[in-house]
Ligand binder design. Structure first.
Ligand SMILES: Cc1ncc(COP(=O)(O)O)c(C=O)c1O
Length: 391
């Protein structure tokens, strides 16, 4: 979360004073604020339907359930993403298949075709750090193999691919509005889709008592979970989304000035992108040509590569022990095993060597949209010196 102020205070105060803090009933203004946020997000992204949820994980669970994905099914996820992408697949009883990323830090389209099996129901591109996945290629692969695309745009709210908003391109898309995301409701998320039935099924999944509410139901109800957003969180969201266009503009502008100030960083480079103009702007990733140069650069600058940054290593499949060891709450091996069936999917720490190599050679630099010229120069100086010493 980059910016907040009086707008958030005023909107939250309005909801608290109303005495109606719950999405579905309360005073005569019930649900007004979350509904307003959904409309603002639909207008911003251009999708037909938005459903606000309690979290990005909740949004992923609702999206997978909306598509009817469950036991015996597989969903392809990249080896570089927050563990929630894979955990959400397990939460609906399906099996995550972990594949390589490429130098864009997003899922490698080549590794998807190799991972498709008769059980594959979906692929989950993750727009990590606001970097767009190669959506044209991914959509073509998905259509060819008749599988769905669930975009995890948790870290990419406001980012684009060829002029279309990330999260609004696949069959389903998910945002996270958690504290560390581009805009925030503290905890929160949302589902995006153009498909009416998928939307209605996502609504059912996010509200276990949905069928008792006076809401039109076009599709038969099934057991859901409580993954709803509260009106107080909705109030934060309404204020935050107003800030999004200027925030993305400032992030991109600061990022561009940082890249220009860095200048020629050979033999390093800025990570390539499937659409550089669409990057949300929260990060710059430097890539060393090989591990040895990366290690020397890390030694000179004190910067950790993505692979060696402990604070964020839950984003790398290598550290997902409970998944690699196929552990779940029930202790019975489900969903990898049930009723005499056992999934052929297996994991091990070195299963995605390209991903580990790329992350070993990649260095992320966060972009501060408020950075002035002086602070940009100070920050880029360390990098430029490091590059010169190892180059
Ligand atoms: C790529 C990615 N996917 C999913 C999530 C889950 O979102 P949340 O924390 O809102 O459940 C996050 C962030 O936390 C994320 O970074």
């Amino acid at each position: 979360m980059y910016r907040h102020g009086q707008q958030e205070i005023d909107k939250v105060t309005e909801v608290i004073a109303s005495g109606s803090w719950f999405r579905y009933y309360g005073t005569d203004r019930h649900g007004k604020t979350v509904t307003q946020l959904e409309k603002q997000l639909a207008d911003f992204t251009g999708v037909g339907h938005v459903l606000a949820t309690n979290s990005g994980t909740g949004a992923l669970i609702c999206s997978l359930a909306a598509l009817g994905i469950g036991p015996g099914d597989e969903v392809i996820v990249p080896g570089y993403t927050f563990i929630a992408s894979a955990a959400a697949v397990l939460a609906v009883g399906a099996v995550p298949v972990i594949v390589e990323i490429d130098e864009t830090l997003t899922i490698d389209p080549k590794s998807i075709e190799a991972a498709i099996s008769p059980r594959t129901r979906a692929v989950m591109p993750v727009h990590m750090l606001g970097y767009p996945s190669d959506m044209d290629t991914l959509m073509a692969i998905a259509r060819k193999h008749d599988i769905k695309v669930v975009e995890d745009a948790a870290q990419a709210v406001g980012g684009e691919y060829k002029g279309r908003k990330l999260g609004a391109i696949g069959d389903m898309g998910c945002f996270s509005l958690q504290w560390h995301k581009i805009i925030s409701t503290g905890e929160g998320g949302c589902v995006l889709t153009d498909d009416q039935t998928s939307y209605e099924r996502a609504v059912i999944m996010h509200d276990d008592a949905h069928c008792f509410r006076a809401i039109d139901q076009g599709v038969p109800a099934f057991p859901g979970m409580n993954l709803r957003m509260s009106e107080v969180a909705g109030a934060l969201g309404c204020a935050q989304i107003n800030r999004l266009p200027s925030l993305i503009r400032d992030l991109r502008d600061t990022r561009r000035r940082m890249v220009e100030t860095l200048g020629d960083i050979a033999p390093f480079r800025i990570a390539p992108s499937s659409d550089a103009a669409g990057i949300a702007g929260t990060n710059i990733t430097l890539q060393a040509p090989d591990r040895e140069t990366a290690q020397r650069f890390a030694g000179k600058t004190g910067m950790g590569s993505v692979l060696n940054t402990k604070a964020t290593n839950w984003h790398i499949y290598y550290h997902w022990d409970y998944i690699l060891e196929k552990r779940s709450a029930n202790g019975k091996g489900w969903p990898w095993k049930f009723e005499g069936w056992e999934s052929p999917v297996n994991y091990h720490k070195n299963m995605c060597p390209n991903t580990l190599d790329i992350l070993q050679r990649s260095f992320n630099i966060g972009v501060n949209p408020e950075a002035d010229t002086e602070s940009i120069e100070k920050m880029t100086e360390t990098i430029t010196l490091g590059v010169r010493e190892v180059g």
